[in-house]
Design a protein around this ligand. Structure first.
Ligand code: GAL
Length: 701
């Protein structure tokens, strides 16, 4: 427990420092532009006499924001306690002279060589027991108290110097939180975390059912730290521990910043590895910040080129990721990094987006609720690990071909700022995304064919086609604003989540559960009531058995006919008022004739359980049915396939961002005359070339 004591002492010292600064003169921070376009710029890599040229080109591209500093520790503190912040101040002032506000990164993703040489204990240790060395980034341990102390020192210096600089509108803590560490200090933290949670090792043994395979522990220190196939209770708690460790790592810097910086300066971090990455619970990280930002890259993770095939913009995949990020705080967000054309790390081909596609992707983010898009990076670094990456200007500092289309977006952003100010996407439908469930299924997929993200995506796509707007939120988010809530794979249902969902249904909502719902409790142990666990009494039915399938099986009933595949659950113990909507047909004797979809009215609302993975056409008719039954207005703009529509709503207006992602030009009628915000005047039809963008608006009905 010494460890926890020292955390507290460290934080207290920082807050005292902050109290001393509270008397600083009030300054007015530059207003955050309602729409920001910018890029990551690394002035520390370039001779100062070249800054003007860089900034002039940024201004020419219509940029109104620049992000600096996030990897600059060795330039800010060249040796321990020897700070060099003047260059940063000059860079901020120069950017301001060119009409740009600044987002300042804390450089804690890249501890300098003097630091790791003097304090080697702060270096990250991989799960294989190997300690990282200097020469890359992310080589620190998030659990190291010494590292947190050193972070607090550099951030304090920066905050004292720039916390009241009027041109600094926001701070970014670190960069793309990624790796956890397996060093001895982190292990001690894990054991302390478990002790805090369970109080006694007996309680832990009970919830994890450690009698299984004689896993019973006598002492917290015996518990392994592993991401391998472990006890499911341990695996789930390890993820929560990593979340809490990142959260306290972040809090250490947040406390410094909050104590020193003017209230007008917002605090964020750029969550990377794509929004769906699930090393830790990103929604909980987001909860502590003022604004959430993420880095949208195609070509890895959920947007894997091997799945996507191309590395081009897939509006459903990118769109669902934006919606997920927006849902963490149920507010607009920033895209802190986007590749201008191409990355340099794609596992297959770092192919370029097509001509026009980067601008389309930029507007696509805005359509889904982004208020900022920044590119990574401004200028090709002459050396370092990312020499080939897409940029706006080349190593010589003059524009590359994609510059022109980004400049077009810049000019458009400048005109659209006040039109899009105070608007946000609105939806009647929510999908639930839950990290505990996500992890629980990933620890044991049971069938390699069951890809829960594909299942979620199939619901998202079908519902978005119907409504042009879907929110993605955590189960405990306020749900009463939604007419329809769909939980595609809510595997873990704790008592509080169950109560929240029951309240939603009773108050008049329609809750739709997908396969694998409610198998597990909050300790990742099987629910003895069977599925959907604590919702069995509400549903008036339980899953009698689940089956992983290798072949499709027909289903038929009130929603029509189709096939299901991959996963099938059969229901029994039906209450008299629980209806069977669909039944399995012939082909698999375990399933034949058994209920596949059941539903029940409860209070003013309804609960439905779809026990199988539907084929795409049955999914489309199901989504249409669910949307109509919930009284949700159908598609707002009737557009051809391949044209993507995002709707942002303000107090008095609706703004539609319409993007043609089809393989050629498309022309179509609008439901009535609308203001053409990009070109002026009123339009009743849109004619869009491939990758063409229109922003149209009408008064709110
Ligand atoms: C991001 C990272 C940037 C840069 C970029 C390249 O993940 O935050 O610093 O490395 O990738 O695509």
């Amino acid at each position: 427990m010494n460890l926890r004591l020292s955390v507290l002492t460290g934080l207290a010292a920082v807050s005292l420092l902050g109290a001393a600064r509270a008397a600083s003169p009030a300054v007015t921070i530059d207003p955050t532009p309602p729409l920001m376009l910018g890029s990551a710029w690394y002035p520390e890599q370039w001779p100062e006499e070249q800054w003007e040229s860089d900034l002039s080109y940024m201004q020419q591209a219509g940029m109104n924001m620049v992000r600096i500093g996030e990897f600059a520790w060795s330039s800010l503190e060249p040796s321990e306690g020897n700070y060099s912040l003047d260059w940063m101040e000059r860079a901020i002032e120069a950017a301001a002279r060119h009409g740009m506000v600044v987002i300042l990164g804390t450089p804690t993703d890249t501890p300098p060589a003097w630091l790791t040489t003097k304090y080697p204990e702060v270096l990250r240790v991989g799960e294989d027991g190997r300690q990282l060395q200097h020469g890359s980034r992310r080589h620190f341990s998030i659990g190291s108290e010494k590292y947190r102390e050193l972070c607090a020192q550099i951030v304090t210096r920066m905050a004292e110097r720039f916390g009241h600089n009027p041109h600094v509108i926001a701070w970014q803590i670190g960069n793309e939180y990624t790796e956890d560490s397996f060093d001895p200090e982190s292990r001690a933290r894990f054991h302390a975390w478990l002790e805090d949670k369970y109080g006694s090792v007996d309680a832990l043994n009970k919830h994890w059912v450690t009698a299984y395979w004689s896993q019973t522990y006598d002492d917290f220190s015996q518990i392994p730290m592993t991401t391998g196939r472990a006890n499911p209770g341990l695996s789930l708690d390890y993820k929560r521990f990593v979340t809490d460790t990142w959260r306290s790592f972040q809090r250490n810097q947040l406390d410094v910043l909050r104590a020193h910086v003017a209230p007008g300066q917002l605090i964020t971090t750029n969550l990377g590895g794509l929004g769906w990455a699930n090393r830790f619970n990103r929604q909980q990280i987001a909860a502590d910040l003022d604004v959430i930002s993420w880095d949208e890259y195609l070509g890895s993770g959920y947007d894997d080129v091997s799945k996507n095939g191309t590395g081009h913009l897939n509006p459903y995949r990118s769109g669902s990721t934006h919606d997920l990020v927006r849902g963490w705080r149920q507010q607009n967000f920033w895209v802190m990094e986007m590749a201008p054309g191409f990355v340099d790390w794609s596992p297959t081909a770092s192919n370029s987006l097509d001509k026009g596609e980067t601008r389309a992707m930029t507007w696509h983010a805005i359509a889904h609720g982004a208020d900022c898009v920044a590119y990574w990076q401004w200028r090709s670094a002459l050396n370092g690990q990312e020499q080939y990456h897409g940029s706006l200007v080349g190593p010589d500092g003059t524009p590359v071909p994609v510059f022109e289309e980004i400049a077009q977006a810049g000019a458009e952003f400048a005109r659209m700022g006040d039109k899009l100010a105070d608007t946000t996407p609105e939806s009647d439908v929510a999908l639930l995304h839950d990290y505990d469930s996500r992890w629980a299924i990933d620890f044991n997929r049971f069938s390699r064919r069951y890809d829960q993200m594909e299942v979620l995506q199939s619901y998202y796509q079908a519902l978005r086609d119907q409504t042009q707007s879907v929110d993605i939120v955590v189960p405990l988010a306020p749900l009463n604003r939604y007419k329809l809530v769909v939980a595609p794979s809510l595997n873990v249902i704790s008592a509080d989540v169950a109560q929240h969902l029951i309240d939603y249904v009773k108050a008049g909502g329609h809750l739709v559960l997908g396969p694998r719902s409610g198998m597990k409790n909050g300790f990742n142990a099987l629910n003895q009531e069977r599925q959907p666990g604590p919702l069995v009494p509400t549903l008036g039915a339980r899953v009698e058995q689940f089956y992983a399938l290798l072949e499709p099986v027909p289903v038929a009933g009130e929603w029509g006919k189709g096939t299901i595949d991959i996963w099938a659950e059969i229901f029994d113990s039906l209450a008299p008022d629980t209806e069977v909507l669909m039944r399995y047909g012939a082909g698999n004797a375990w399933l034949e004739g058994k209920p596949a979809v059941v539903t029940r009215r409860v209070g003013a609302g309804r609960i439905t359980y779809i026990g199988a993975v539907l084929d795409s056409s049955l999914m489309a008719t199901t989504a249409a049915r669910l949307v109509t039954d919930a009284g949700i207005e159908p598609v707002r703009l009737d557009v051809p396939a391949g044209v993507s529509v995002g709707r942002r709503v303000g107090a008095d207006r609706e703004v539609f961002v319409v993007i043609n992602l089809a393989d050629g030009p498309r022309e179509f009628a609008l439901p009535g005359a609308m203001a053409d915000l990009l070109n002026g005047g009123q339009v009743e039809r849109l004619e869009l070339p491939r990758y063409g963008v229109a922003v149209v608006s009408r008064p709110k009905a």
